[in-house]
Design a binder for this molecule. Structure first.
Ligand code: ATP
Ligand code: MG
Length: 502
């Protein structure tokens, strides 16, 4: 602290006495800017601006160190006061400490004055820094509270072991509990629906132990429970902080009831639009088919030649089968879910589909399906429909002939796989053709209902395949190169895919 200007207020009877102290301070390398007073009035006048330190005789003629300490206390001023005196009793010294004196020094040991003053100034600085830090902390705490209270989302903070330590106003409105009801208690009984309870509690324990968890740092959708036990959809984002070696979590909860409702509404409207489009198309198709059937029936009725009658009836039967097939596809589409699941061998399904779908003679095929391919749980009719829709497309993409290769293999998919499928065991089926391929701009729309490039296509084959595969918790995707060929890949969960992980 050498040569720093120090504002010193001296309470002394004489200037000579004061001068001795000032000399001593200079000797210690301090640069005192000093003023001497010897009465209360002058003392009060000298407190502005506040001196850095006060050196005071224990008692002067008109004033005393203890009175000065009292006045400082009254004014709430933190100015270190060191008593410098020729004589002081033990009791008086003790009393002066009680009243807040920083130290006392006897005038015949003045050599320690510099050190004592420097130490007192250092401690005062520390106190000031601490106060400033506390004030900054209080301010940031106030800011946090003001922000959190005004936030449109519920904000909840939890820590171990006391649970909830912050619950903002929006949380009160959204969940129905006041902050005082939940403070210091475990979070889950209040907000987590019973069926998710165990998993949530496990997750939170793991978080407190490791600071990690599957939902930290992400935005995830869940359901939450209100005080009245009603449930509602939420979007939750959690961030984590470590304070004093302990993990704390801050959760932001957004009520997405309205958004979900709007989404559902939009889907309903889309479905209605799709249905009206579909109804129009079907009415037209069925009408054509009925006309053909009727025509054949009438002409068969008038036909004498049995061979011709037979031909007409066969023709009518073919159209009836087409109509049946169409209505079956539509039923699957309308239902949108699987009902008849059983354990199936993929290779048997594929063989059947290839044999029944490939009609053209200029199409060759290869089947590569190893015996150890895992079985799947699926609806047989629906799965055959998927395969035959894809194989039929392949055939139609090769009017001048070509080759279809159907392959299956076992695949284990981990967490974070590109298809966003659950971790587990899958059977992968690929169906490759050497047809005309699909231009890039069409690839995006391939699975849309009614997307077709064919003159007599309905654009339903792949939309139906997609919805069936998704309802089996699988995935379908495609790769294609114009003039080279197209490959469809299907992933289907193998039997026991999830229990096998336990
Ligand atoms: N293997 C393929 N090669 C080339 N293009 C294909 C292939 N598979 C599908 N496509 C393209 O995707 C479109 C949609 O196929 P999708 O099976 O959904 O309908 P579609 O075959 O046109 O009619 P349908 O409802 O009778 O099946 C087809 O029109 C075609 O352009
Ligand atoms: Mg098709």
């Amino acid at each position: 602290m050498g040569n720093e200007k120090v504002r010193v207020l001296l309470i002394e009877d004489t200037t000579a006495n004061a001068g001795l102290l000032v000399d001593e301070l200079r000797k210690s390398g301090l640069d005192p800017l000093w003023h001497r007073i010897d009465n209360e009035e002058e003392f009060l006048a000298q407190l502005k601006p506040t001196p850095d330190i006060i050196l005071s005789e224990y008692r002067t003629q008109n004033f005393s160190a203890l009175r000065a300490l009292e006045l400082l206390k009254q004014k709430g001023l933190d100015i270190p006061l060191v008593i410098v005196t020729s004589n002081i009793s033990k009791a008086a010294a003790l009393d002066s400490y009680k009243q807040g004196a920083e130290a006392y020094i006897l005038k015949d040991c003045l050599s320690s004055l510099g050190v004592v003053v420097e130490r007192a100034l250092g401690q005062k600085k520390l106190r000031e820094e601490k106060n400033a830090a506390i004030m900054a902390l209080e301010e940031s705490e106030k800011l946090f509270r003001a922000t959190a209270e005004a936030a449109p989302d519920a904000i909840i903070c939890i820590e171990e072991p006391d649970g909830i330590y912050f619950w903002n106003r929006r949380a009160e409105e959204m969940l129905g509990y006041s902050s005082s009801e939940v403070m210091g208690k475990a979070l889950h009984p209040f907000v987590v629906p019973e069926r998710y309870y165990e998993r949530a509690v496990k997750g939170v324990h793991e978080f407190f132990r490791t600071g990690r968890g599957p939902n930290i740092g992400k935005i995830v959708e869940f359901e939450a429970k209100r005080k009245d036990n009603s449930e509602f959809p939420i979007e939750l984002s959690i961030s984590s902080i470590k304070v004093d070696g302990k993990w704390k979590a801050v959760g932001f909860i957004r009520d997405i009831t309205e958004r979900k409702r709007a989404e559902e509404e939009r889907l309903k409207i889309q479905k209605l639009e799709a249905l009206s489009l579909l109804a129009g198309g079907i009415a037209h198709d069925f009408n054509n088919m009925l006309t053909t059937i009727l025509g054949n029936a009438e002409s068969a009725d008038q036909e004498k030649d049995p061979a011709e009658v037979h031909k007409k009836l066969i023709e009518a039967e073919r159209v009836i089968l087409r109509a049946k097939n169409l209505s079956q596809q539509l039923m699957t589409f309308a239902k949108g879910g699987t009902i008849n699941k059983k354990t199936l061998s993929v290779s048997a399904l594929i063989e059947e589909a290839v044999f029944t779908s490939i009609k053209a003679e200029n199409i060759k095929y290869d089947l590569i399906c190893p015996e150890q391919t895992w079985p799947i749980d699926a609806d047989e009719v629906e799965m055959s429909q998927v395969l035959s829709n894809i194989i039929l497309n392949a055939e139609q993409a090769m009017p001048n002939g070509g080759r279809i290769e159907v392959k299956c293999s076992n695949e284990s998919l981990g967490k974070g796989n590109p298809f966003q499928l659950e971790e587990g065991r899958y059977v992968k089926v690929s169906i490759k053709d050497t047809g005309h391929g699909i231009p890039k701009e069409d690839l995006k729309r391939l699975f849309e209902p009614y997307f077709t490039t064919k003159q007599r296509g309905k654009g339903l084959g792949l939309a139906i395949a997609y919805s069936i595969i998704r309802s089996h918790a699988g995935f379908i995707t495609v790769e294609s190169k114009v003039n080279v060929g197209t490959t469809f890949y299907i992933y289907l969960p193998a039997v026991n895919t999830f229990t096998s992980r336990m």
